[in-house]
Design a protein around this ligand. Structure first.
Ligand SMILES: [Zn+2]
Length: 78
C-alpha cells in the first residue's frame, strides 16, 4: 500500500470524514470531493479505485485497498 493512501486515510479520519453506520458498515467522505461519500462494508468499498483494482489486478490473488478502507481501519483502532 502506498504512503499516499495512508496519508489520505489519516486525513479523512482527522477531518471526521468517517461515520459509523453499522458494525461492518461505514460511510467515508471522498478526499477529493467532500460532497461525495462512499460506503465501506468489511473489506469492500464502492469507489472507482477499488473497482478498478480488481479490473487491473484480476486473478493475482491481491487484496484491493483504497484510502476509504484504510480510513475505516484507522478509525476502528482509535
Ligand atoms: Zn474506496
Amino acid at each position: 500500500m502506498s504512503a499516499n493512501t495512508i496519508r489520505k486515510a489519516k486525513k479523512l479520519v482527522e477531518s471526521e470524514g468517517v461515520a459509523k453506520i453499522d458494525d461492518e458498515l461505514y460511510q467515508v467522505k471522498s478526499s477529493t470531493d467532500p460532497s461525495k461519500s462512499y460506503m465501506v462494508e468489511k473489506d469492500s468499498c464502492d469507489c472507482l479505485g477499488f473497482k478498478n483494482f480488481y479490473k487491473f489486478h484480476h486473478g493475482k490473488g491481491l487484496k484491493a485497498n483504497c484510502s476509504h478502507i484504510e480510513a475505516v481501519r484507522i478509525f476502528k483502532k482509535e
